[in-house]
Ligand binder design. Structure first.
Ligand code: WTA
Length: 665
């Protein structure tokens, strides 16, 4: 565990409790513990009931087939289509005029997309990608900024039965080609670029570089987002096609494929403890059931009146489940925003008088659209805290009625700030714990029912079973701390790692047979509420982004001047964790500041700018045990400026002193 002990202590000593707010609870979808009891009495019956909220072309035969565990099959033989569930059925029910997305570009341009318009756009796109040779069972890689064409592309894939693999727009060419090749994708959907911090951030040149090593990709479909505001991007003859040349002319008729409940909906690559990202597999019926159910009840969604906003990026799982699939399945109106929270206000590019960099863009959006639910990450909240309460105070945030947090443990101070300065002490906060692998929220309060505590994610949702165990796999009892495990299969669970059965069994199911191993430390307090304590493996969580130490070490040794590298995650006030790298240079290289920066930037190029180490220490040696294992605990203690404790297993104790000196300079 990498949180400093005193921070955990502070979390555990946090005594404040927040009972459900009376006004909120009176109107909430769930007002008592009845669903918990119902699910407890008949877990599969409970999930079956949630699945009935969707539209099925053909009913399922069995709710869960777990005979081939850990490979689950939910709603066997049931047939449905995700895009039909997310769009057509709302239009068919007469709600075509309801807004699906209030989209706002960073420069201030906007688009309002109703469900009826979304249906037309998805059908046209589905027909276009078919024309480009994509069919049922194929994979499509998507590398896009946060523009409406991104959810449209995902839904178009789902409509024709192709699986998508979205690669976060901040990733590098190598990251795209690794993922594209692993998935053997036929098509890449991208854009010339997107707007970030007031300037174009070009994606197509990065995609072009990736495509030089992606033999399975026949075509790139390219949205024109930036156009004349940057150098024109290159279009490869015969390979690249502009979206505006092929999509608008297509028919708006595109009957949805009848997919099996267990057909692949998407792959999403995430960091594990090795250098190679895992292609997490999510399928159709169980995933959508889980995403829709959790979205509705955790955020207390009233589709006819709410304007919900998940301020994540669709490149991560949070965006998949809680910008695209959950909200649309529930027929909800969402806000979607392209840029960063501190970008020029809408009128800046038009020469408006409020030119300059404003730190209240988010609050301006909440006010203008009347946002009712806001879902964001602790790292963002801590940034807002640093900027100061005067920014939200400039705006009328009274439309908000619920706040959500996701991605990492939220420290009580940030929770309370969020509650006071954003929620006006009027909004319940749902601290939602889950993972790319779980597909949807697992541990969270239900806002009309749960008494919350700042820093605790409360308990498992109805239908979900979690337990905290010790090293040997024995439940630790209440109160007690150890490793979080999930004891029963759930509908949104990953169905495997793409083309790597062994790794799937090994990573999640081997440590405690019969239980899913989460990789997070956790604690039950005396009331039985769960407190998440961060990762217990070599996975780091930087601003809610998962990165593995090995992945970054591989990127470091990929630089010609680097002989050896060790990476640890150290605690950081704003980003949760920050990357500390210790690097030994190859003989003949002089440790200059220039080289140090070059090596840091190299990681940015190989993986993503978010993976650049915050500290990078050039050192002649690394602390190792006598058997040659790098002592990461010691590096972490050094990086966090702690006392080193027992160093008797260290082969050469002088290294510590030279490292300490190197860190200080
Ligand atoms: C961490 C993001 C504490 C955790 C949805 C998990 C959290 C990892 C919380 C998954 C939370 C996520 N409290 N920790 N509310 N939410 N985490 O796959 O360590 O990007 O294992 O999914 O984020 O990250 P991932």
């Amino acid at each position: 565990m990498s949180r400093p002990a005193d921070a955990i202590e502070a979390l555990l000593n946090e005594g404040r409790t927040f009972p459900p707010l009376a006004d909120f609870a009176a109107e909430a979808l769930v007002r008592d513990r009845e669903p918990y009891e119902r699910a407890e009495a008949d877990r599969l019956g409970f999930w079956e009931e949630q699945a009935r909220a969707l539209h099925w072309f053909e009913p399922w035969q069995e709710v869960l087939d777990w005979t081939n565990a850990p490979f689950a099959r939910w709603f066997t033989k049931g047939k449905l289509n995700v895009s039909y569930n997310c769009i057509d059925r709302h239009v068919a029910a007469g709600r075509g005029d309801r807004v699906a997305f209030h989209w706002e570009g960073e420069p201030g341009d906007t688009r309002t997309i109703t469900y009826a318009e979304l249906l037309d756009e998805v059908c046209r796109t589905a027909n276009a990608i078919r024309e480009l040779g994509v069919g049922r069972g194929d994979r499509v890689c998507i590398y896009m900024p946060m523009i409406p064409e991104l959810p449209v592309a995902m839904l178009a894939c789902a409509r024709i039965g192709a699986a998508h693999s979205v690669v976060f727009g901040g990733f590098s060419a190598t990251a795209i080609s690794d993922r594209t090749n692993d998935a053997e994708a036929k098509l890449l959907i991208t854009a010339d670029g997107g707007w970030r911090r007031g300037a174009p951030s070009m994606l197509k040149p990065i995609a072009d570089k990736a495509l030089t090593t992606c033999p399975t990709v026949d075509h790139a479909l390219v949205v024109r987002r930036i156009g004349d505001d940057a150098e024109p991007v290159a279009m490869a003859d015969g390979r690249d096609v502009w979206w505006h040349d092929i999509v608008p002319g297509q028919s708006t008729e595109c009957p949805p494929e009848h997919m099996d409940a267990e057909d692949l909906l998407y792959l999403l690559y995430t960091s594990g403890t090795t250098g190679k990202p895992k292609g997490i597999m999510h399928t159709t019926g169980g995933y959508l059931t889980h995403a829709a159910f959790t979205h509705k009840y955790v955020f207390d969604i009233k589709p006819a009146q709410d304007v919900y906003w998940c301020a994540a990026d669709i490149g991560w799982v949070t965006g998949h489940s809680y910008i695209v699939y959950g909200p649309l399945a529930n027929g909800c109106t969402s806000v979607m925003y392209e840029g960063t929270p501190d970008t020029p206000r809408a009128d800046v590019r038009g020469g408006g008088e409020r030119a300059g960099w404003d730190k209240d863009r988010l609050w301006d959006i909440v006010e203008r659209y009347g946002v009712t639910q806001l879902y964001t990450a602790p790292t963002a909240i801590r940034t807002f805290m640093k900027w100061g309460a005067e920014w939200p105070a400039k705006h009328d945030l009274s439309s908000l009625r619920l706040l959500g947090s996701v991605g990492e443990p939220i420290n009580p101070e940030a929770w309370v700030w969020y509650h006071v300065h954003i929620g006006g002490e009027r909004c319940p906060i749902v601290d939602t714990w889950w993972q790319t692998e779980t597909g949807g929220i697992m541990i969270s309060p239900l806002p009309g029912v749960t008494t919350t505590k700042p820093g605790s994610a409360s308990g498992p949702l109805p239908g979900i079973s979690a337990e905290i165990v010790d090293e040997e796999g024995n439940t630790v009892g209440v109160p007690g701390g150890g490793y979080l495990t999930l004891t029963e299969p759930w509908p949104g669970m990953l169905r495997g790692i793409w083309r790597d059965e062994d790794r799937f069994r090994e990573t999640y199911w081997s440590r405690y047979p019969g239980r899913y191993f989460v990789g997070d430390g956790a604690k039950w307090d005396a009331d039985g509420d769960i407190w998440l304590l961060g990762r217990v493996d070599d996975v780091m969580n930087i601003s809610g982004h998962r990165l593995s130490t090995t992945e970054i070490e591989s990127a470091l040794v990929d630089h010609p001047a680097v002989a050896e590298a060790a990476v640890v995650g150290r605690a950081d006030e704003r980003t949760g964790q920050a990357i500390s790298a210790f690097v030994i240079l190859c003989g003949g290289n002089v440790p200059t500041e220039e080289l140090r920066q070059e090596i840091r930037n190299h990681v940015g190029t190989v993986i993503s700018p978010i993976a650049k180490p915050a500290d990078l220490v050039l050192t002649p040696e690394l602390p190792k045990t006598r058997s040659g294992k790098i002592m990461r605990r010691l590096l972490r203690d050094l990086a966090e400026g702690r006392d080193l404790g027992d160093t008797t297993t260290l082969a050469d104790r002088e290294i510590v002193e030279s490292l300490r000196a190197a860190i200080d300079t």
